[in-house]
Design a protein around this ligand. Sequence first.
Ligand code: K1U
Length: 138
Amino acid sequence: MAILNILHFPDPRLRNMAKPVAQVDDEIRGLLDDMLETMYQAPGIGLAATQVNIAKRLVVIDISEGNDQPLFLVNPEIVARDGVEEMEEGCLSVPGFFEKVTRADSVKVRALGRDGQPFELDAEGLLAVCIQHEIDYT
Ligand code: K1U
C-alpha cells in the first residue's frame, strides 16, 4: 500500500470531473486500499479519489474510533434523503478549516463495494454527513 498526496485548495485539480468506474478490478482495489491508508494516516474519516488527483468516482470512509470499519463506495449515488442537520465539517484538502454545513440528516446511498457488488446503505448522523461531503467530490 502507499500514502498518496492529498491536494489542497485552491489546487484546480480538485475541480476535475471524476469519471465512473467501469469495472472494479485489482487496480481499483489497490487504489481504494491506498486511499484508505492515506485517510487513516491524515487522519480523517473520509476521502474521495479527486482529493488525491485520481479522477474516478471512488470514496473511502471510516467513522469508527478503532479504524476498523472501512466503507468503500464505488460510483456512489444518493437515492433518498430525509431531514436536515447542521454539522461542523472539516476537510483534508483545507487543513485546519472547519465550517458548519447544512445537509440531509439521513441518506440512502447506492454504490458498488470493493468486491464490485452493488449494495445500498441507509446512513444517518455523521456517516450520512460524511457520505454527502465525499460525494460532492465525485
Ligand atoms: O477531506 C475529507 O473529505 C475528510 C473529512 C471528512 C469529513 C469530516 C467531517 C464531516 C464531514 C466530512 C475529514 O475527515 S476532516 C478530519 C476529521 O473530521 C477527523 C479527523 C480525525 C478524527 C476525527 C475526525
